[in-house]
Design a protein around this ligand. Sequence first.
Ligand code: HPA
Ligand code: ZN
Length: 346
Amino acid sequence: MYQVKPIAPDRLPALLRLMPKAELHIHIEGSLEPELIFALAQRNGLSLPYADVEALRRAYAFSNLQSFLDIYYAGASVLIHEQDFYDMARAYLLRAAADNVLHTEIFFDPQTHTARGVSLDTVINGLHRACVDARTETGISASLILCFLRHLSEEEAFATLEQALPLRDKFIGVGLDSSELGHPPEKFARVFARCRELGFHLVAHAGEEGPASYIWSALDVLKVERIDHGVRCVQDALLMQRLAQDRIPLTVCPLSNLKLRVFERLAEHNLGQLLDAGLAATVNSDDPAYFGGYINDNFVQTFAATGLSAQHAYTLARNSFEASFIDASAKRGFQDQLDQVLESFF
Ligand code: HPA
Ligand code: ZN
C-alpha cells in the first residue's frame, strides 16, 4: 500500500480528479441528462410533461428514494431503439473517461424497458455496443450488470433472467435495485441462487434506506460479493466487523445519499468512518444526471465537506480496483497506474 505524502488542501481537488479510478455503482438510466431526454423524445416523436430542459431539471427535488425513482422511470421512457441505448451509454462512458475512470461496471434496469414493450435485445445490444466502441475510442474498460427491480416479484425476475440468457456473454452479473423498504433481499433468494449457479457475479443494493438486517441477508441469503450503498451498516457493530474482515466492498454514493436525504448534510456523511473502520468503501455517482454530479464531483464535494485526506483518496481509488470484477492481473495493472500517477503528482 502506497504511503501518500501530505499535500496542501488546495491541491486535493486536482489529485481527486487526476487519480485513476473504477466506477462500480452507476445506473445507466440515471446518466440520462435532461438534454438527451428531450433530444430522444423529439427523435422518437414523444411528448414530455415538461415545457423544456430547465423545467425538467427543476423537478429534480427529491425527498427520499421513491420520489426519485418515480421521475427516473419516467425519464427512461424516451428510450425506444437500440441507438437510444447506445447514445445514452456512449455519453456516460465519454464523461467517465474524462474523470479518469479506467474501468466501470454499469447497472441497467431491463424491466423498466421490457414493461414498455422494448425488447431485451434492443437494450443489451445497444449498451454493449457502446461499451465496445468506447474501449476502442478512449481505452475505458466497461461491463454490464443486469439489475432486477425489487418492487416487482421474484417470478418476474426469473422471467427477465430467462429472456436475458441468450445474451449472457454481454453482461457479467446481476444486481438488485429500486424501492428498498418492504422488499428485503430474501424476496429474491431463489433467483439469486440460480444466477450463482450460472456463474454470474452478484451484487445488491442494501442499507441505503433499509436497515442493517438487509445487508446481512444480502450477504448470507443472496451471497452477494459487493453491497451497493450499505451506509446503514454503522448501526450494527458486528456487521461492521464482518464487512471489514471479509473485505466486502461497499459502493458508496455520497451525492445520491445527500439528494435522497439519507444524510441531511454532506458533512455528516459516514464515508470516513467506514474507511477508518477498515471497510473496502468506494465512491461512485449512482445516478449522476439526477444527483448533481459525476464521480469526480462526488469525490471533490465529499472531501471538501468532510475533510478526508489524500491518504483516504488513495485508499478509495485503490479499493475501487480491488472491488471490481476484473481479473487479478488487470487489477494489478490499474493499481500500478494509480501508484504512478500519485508518484508523479508529488
Ligand atoms: N437505489 C435503488 N434503486 C436505484 C437507485 C438507488 O440509489 N438508483 C437507481 N435505481
Ligand atoms: Zn444505485
